[in-house]
Design a protein around this ligand. Structure first.
Ligand code: APR
Length: 247
């Protein structure tokens, strides 16, 4: 499929599903997980992003998440995020599934966002389950934040070995099954179940578009590969869309 064929298809306002990974936030200055500057490079995932790590050393886990929250607070959505928010406005049947926990899609104006791995700014009480959105709060200086009930707060993200929020996963699965065009953007597609969505869409007959400077496990299923950054490719797609009237 050529870019022009993709644009012609989008002009017919098909059902579109998008899966994003940390690569779309790379140009906002947020390190990816497995890239050269990857976040995991300094730490092993098992040391930090697991329930066992939190039980073993909640202070260290909170230090890491506070460090990441600060980077994200100082980051701005980039042209790739903004282009996806624009696509949502132009395409009535559009849903954005993200593995990212940084909230930059919502900050850039996207509304129909499915957060498969939670959100880094949500504190969740391990005892009563209460959730508090800290995205507008300054970081508390409590070493380990506590809930009113006395329980520990943990970051409201999905850790390795944990199940994804069932409702989010169901909606993402349905979107991948029913879409006619599936975009896989900025993800290495190695962490399941999210990584299974592009192949599911492909098996159900959707046209798959991959936007990633590097090849990934999705590439073999892609009808169109844009081997470039999301901040370049997505505005290019939106610019073409603006030049054709919806048919
Ligand atoms: N534009 C598009 N893609 C990019 C860009 C960019 N500017 N920069 C890097 N990439 C690509 C990389 O080539 C890589 O394929 O983004 C991908 C990032 O892959 P990972 O670092 O593995 O991140 P991700 O796929 O989101 O990881 C999935 O793993 O650690 C867990 O829960 C965490 O949600 C995360 C999940």
């Amino acid at each position: 499929m050529t870019l022009n064929e993709l644009i012609d298809m989008l002009a017919r306002q098909p059902r579109v599903a998008v899966l994003t990974g940390s690569g779309i936030s790379a140009e906002s200055g947020i390190p990816t997980f497995r890239g050269a500057d990857g976040l995991w490079k300094q730490f092993r995932a098992e040391e930090l992003a697991t329930p066992e790590a939190f039980r073993r050393d909640p202070k260290l886990v909170w230090e890491w998440y506070r460090f990441r929250r600060q980077i994200i607070r100082e980051a701005e959505p980039n042209a790739g995020h903004l282009a996806l928010a624009e696509m949502e406005k132009r395409l009535p049947h559009f849903v954005l599934i993200t593995q990212n926990v940084d909230g930059l899609h919502q900050r850039s104006g996207s509304r129909k966002v499915i957060e498969l791995h939670g959100n880094i700014f949500i504190d969740r009480c391990v005892r009563c389950g209460k959730e508090v959105d800290r995205s507008l709060d300054p970081e508390s200086n409590e070493e380990i934040p506590h809930c009113e009930c006395g329980g520990l707060f943990r970051p409201g993200v999905v850790w390795f070995g944990e199940t994804l929020p069932p409702d989010a996963l169901d909606r993402a699965w349905n979107a991948a099954e029913q879409c006619e065009v599936f975009f896989s953007i900025g993800t290495s597609a190695v962490v399941y179940p999210a990584a299974g969505l592009p192949e599911l869409a492909h098996r159900r007959g959707a046209r798959v578009v991959e936007i990633n400077p590097e090849a990934t496990a999705v590439s073999v299923h892609a009808d169109l590969i844009m081997r470039e950054s999301a901040a370049k490719a997505l505005p290019e797609i939106v610019a073409h869309l603006q030049s054709v009237k919806p048919s």
